[in-house]
Structures are given as structure tokens and as C-alpha cells.
Design a protein around this ligand. Structure first.
Ligand code: HEC
Ligand code: HEC
Length: 342
């Protein structure tokens, strides 16, 4: 087994050296292993279908949903997860960068929570290994929810409904670990199968000819080198500005958030590497990119062509790709939203 791993590492390394500059770097061995956990086997297409449903504990999901929409998880009772990850905005937010408690503006655009359990790691820079670990972060982030977990746990314990729901599901009742477990279970349930999935599963009429053409263009020009797997993303880190310098051309100061994966590893070669984001529901989640700098999907696709592929995509190619991308807009499960109070 050990020698097997070694062979894979060597082959990967040789692969990287043999690549021309414009080819995306092969993912590191440990990233590959993490990606394999979330991806189904034996792909025939670069994009893989979402399942129609996932196996979840529905009682945990409903508890997680209450927590997700509850502003009691923030220090001043004004912000919930849904503030920055709105189900009415594709699980992301309609702002360039996030705004947390007391109107504080964050450094980076919020990615979608929809289908996020398929990401090989969480956050743009991959600093959380899974959804449960991720969910602990925003609560204590001073410019997001600005609370302390011990206080949140105390508040939830005093709420009879929460106390009962936690007690039913978890031996030790209300704790930080149990709250983040329930939130993660809710997020795991937020899958959005689309017409494109029906197409991938064999229904040739599920998408239009124009969408098929767009998908062909998407593959032909090389988008699938990075946007692959169940999420059309979420399987690797890649450099923003692989072929030419995006940040120089952007013309605004480079922020800490722009350094991406470097902030986690401190390796100079990881500067400006980000988790390749999912393209599912991308129609619904403007503005785009980690810096929220692009309002239109067309412009974003052009930027990708130029900086990731070294291609000046024509308007016809861009529009065709955007037509395809819209077929990735899916349906949320019925339980995703809080029932209306009567
Ligand atoms: C103030 C806005 C804000 C709030 C509140 C907030 N988030 Fe986020 N969330 C963000 C931003 C911004 C990022 C990206 C940060 C980064 O990558 O550095 C993010 C990232 C994420 C991710 C990672 C997605 C991915 O593709 O990597 C998940 C999952 C997530 N948040 C879930 C939650 C949950 C659950 C809560 C509530 C406990 C929450 N968020 C509260 C702004 C917010
Ligand atoms: C070399 C890898 C790579 C290639 C090739 C690539 N992308 Fe990307 N894509 C990324 C990365 C990395 C990001 C995040 C960059 C950032 O936020 O600064 C991204 C972001 C995006 C976004 C924004 C998503 C969001 O939620 O903000 C869209 C849309 C997109 N890509 C579409 C495409 C299309 C269409 C193509 C082909 C024309 C393509 N990409 C080619 C790596 C790639």
C-alpha cells in the first residue's frame, strides 16, 4: 500500500513538470484523497450528477434549519447564517463582500452553501475540512456573527424548544459540537438536482440543444480542467490568474483575502490559489469571484477565458457557455425553508 501511494505521488510530480505553463497544476496527493471522499466512482463525463436525494437524519436537519435561520447565534441578535447565505440568492449573498454584525464589511464574497457537502474542503482557502468544522467559525468571527459559543450554548439551553430537540437527538444535549453537527446535517440536505442532472442520467431531452451546445463549448475550451466533478468545482485548488496576472490587471490593492491558500500553508507557491468554486446555481449568485468584483456571469466567463485559459472567448462562445451554466440551476428540497409562521 505504501509503495502504491509513492508511485501516485511520483507520477503526479512528473505530470506537473511535464505540463506547459498554461495547464492547471495537478492537485496534490492529499487533495486528491480528500476529493475522492466526496466524488462518486467511474466518471464518464467531467461533470457528475447529483443524487435525487441524500441520506440524512431528518430530525437533525430540522434542528439544523432552526439554528441556520436563528439570529440568536450572533452576538447582538441581528445576524444568522441565512443573512450571508440566503436561500433566495442561491445560498450566497447579493453583496460584493459579506456584512456581519454592526454593519461590518468582510474581506471576501460568501460562497453558496447549496450542495456544499460535496466540496473537498470548505472556504475559499480550504481552511476547514468539513461542514461541521466550518460551521463553528462564523459564530465567533468578530465581523460575522461576533458571539462566543459558551454564550450561544447558554442561550439555546434556556429555550425550551431547543433544549428538548437537542435532548432527543444527543445524549449530552446542547453543546457546540451538537449544534454544528445539526447545522452540517441541514446543509448536507441542501442539494439541488437540476435539468442538467436529468440529462447526465440519460434523459436526452432534459436540456435544450442550445444548452447542449454550451456544454460542448464549456468542455472544448477547457473549463472542465478545473470545473469538474459533482459540483463542476470543489475538487481542487487552482491559481486565480494561472495564465496572466489577474491581480495586476484588477488594479486595486492586493488584500490578505486575495492570497487565498497561502494564508493556510504560508507557502509562496500557494499565493492566489483558491478552491475552484462550484458552478451549480451560479446563475443565482452574483456578484462573482472571491472578491465579488464581477456583477455579470458573461463577464466572469470572459475573465476565466482570459486569465485561466489564455483564450479570448468570443461573445458567441461566452453566451453559449452561460446558456449551459443556467441549466445547472436546480430545485431546493421542500424542507429547506422555514415553514411560514401561522
Ligand atoms: C457575515 C456573513 C456570514 C455569516 C453570518 C455566515 N457566513 Fe458562511 N461564509 C461567509 C463568507 C464570506 C465565506 C467565505 C469565507 C472564506 O472563504 O474565507 C463563508 C463560507 C461558508 C461556507 C463554505 C462554503 C465553501 O464553498 O467553501 C459554508 C459552508 C458556510 N459559510 C456556512 C455558514 C453557516 C452554517 C453559517 C452560520 C453558522 C454561516 N456560514 C454564517 C459569510 C458568512
Ligand atoms: C485553471 C483552472 C480554471 C479554469 C480552466 C477555469 N476556471 Fe473558473 N474558476 C477557477 C477558480 C480558481 C475560480 C475562483 C477565482 C476567484 O474567485 O478569484 C473560478 C471561478 C469561476 C466562476 C465564478 C464562480 C463564483 O461563484 O464566483 C465562474 C462562473 C467560472 N469560474 C466559470 C468558468 C468557465 C466558464 C471556464 C471556462 C471558460 C472556467 N471557469 C475555467 C478556476 C478555473
Amino acid at each position: 500500500m505504501k509503495s502504491m501511494t509513492w508511485i501516485i505521488v511520483v507520477v503526479t510530480a512528473v505530470g506537473v513538470m511535464a505540463c506547459k505553463k498554461e495547464e492547471p497544476a495537478a492537485p496534490a496527493a492529499e487533495d486528491k484523497a480528500a476529493a475522492e471522499k466526496t466524488q462518486p466512482k467511474a466518471p464518464t463525463e467531467p461533470i457528475l450528477p447529483l443524487p435525487d436525494e441524500v441520506d440524512v437524519n431528518m430530525e437533525k436537519v430540522l434542528l439544523g434549519r432552526s439554528l441556520y435561520f436563528d439570529t440568536a447565534l450572533s452576538g447582538d441578535g441581528t445576524v444568522s447564517c441565512a443573512t450571508c447565505h440566503s436561500l433566495d440568492h442561491g445560498g450566497a449573498e447579493p453583496r460584493k463582500t459579506s456584512t456581519g454584525i454592526k454593519g461590518q464589511v468582510g474581506p471576501i464574497n460568501s460562497p453558496t452553501v447549496l450542495n456544499s457537502s460535496y466540496n473537498f474542503v470548505q472556504f475559499w482557502d480550504g481552511r476547514a475540512k468539513d461542514l461541521q468544522e466550518q460551521a463553528a467559525g462564523p459564530v465567533e468571527n468578530p465581523i460575522e456573527m461576533g458571539a462566543k459559543w459558551p454564550d450561544v450554548v447558554e442561550t439555546l439551553k434556556k429555550d425550551a424548544k431547543y433544549a428538548a430537540a437537542f435532548a432527543k437527538l444527543y445524549e449530552d444535549g446542547v453543546t457546540k459540537a451538537n449544534a454544528t453537527d445539526a447545522i452540517a446535517e441541514y446543509e448536507k440536505s441542501l442539494i439541488t438536482p437540476s435539468r442538467f442532472d436529468a440529462y447526465l442520467k440519460g434523459d436526452a431531452t432534459a436540456i435544450t440543444d442550445a444548452e447542449k451546445k454550451g456544454y460542448a463549448t464549456f468542455k472544448e475550451v477547457g473549463c472542465t480542467a478545473c470545473h469538474t466533478g459533482v459540483l463542476a468545482g470543489g475538487t481542487m485548488f487552482q491559481k486565480m490568474g494561472l495564465v496572466s496576472d489577474y491581480f495586476k490587471d484588477r488594479g486595486t490593492e492586493i488584500t490578505e483575502a486575495d492570497l487565498g491558500r497561502f494564508n493556510v500553508t504560508k507557502k509562496p507557491e500557494d499565493k492566489h490559489f483558491f478552491k475552484v468554486p462550484t458552478l451549480r446555481n451560479v446563475e443565482l449568485t452574483p456578484p462573482y469571484l472571491h472578491d465579488g468584483s464581477r456583477a455579470a456571469l458573461e463577464e466572469t466567463v470572459k475573465v476565466m477565458g482570459k486569465y485561466q485559459l489564455g483564450r479570448d472567448l468570443s461573445d458567441a462562445q461566452v453566451n453559449s457557455i452561460v446558456t449551459f451554466l443556467k441549466s445547472l440551476t436546480g430545485e431546493l428540497p421542500a424542507h429547506a425553508r422555514m415553514p411560514k409562521k401561522t
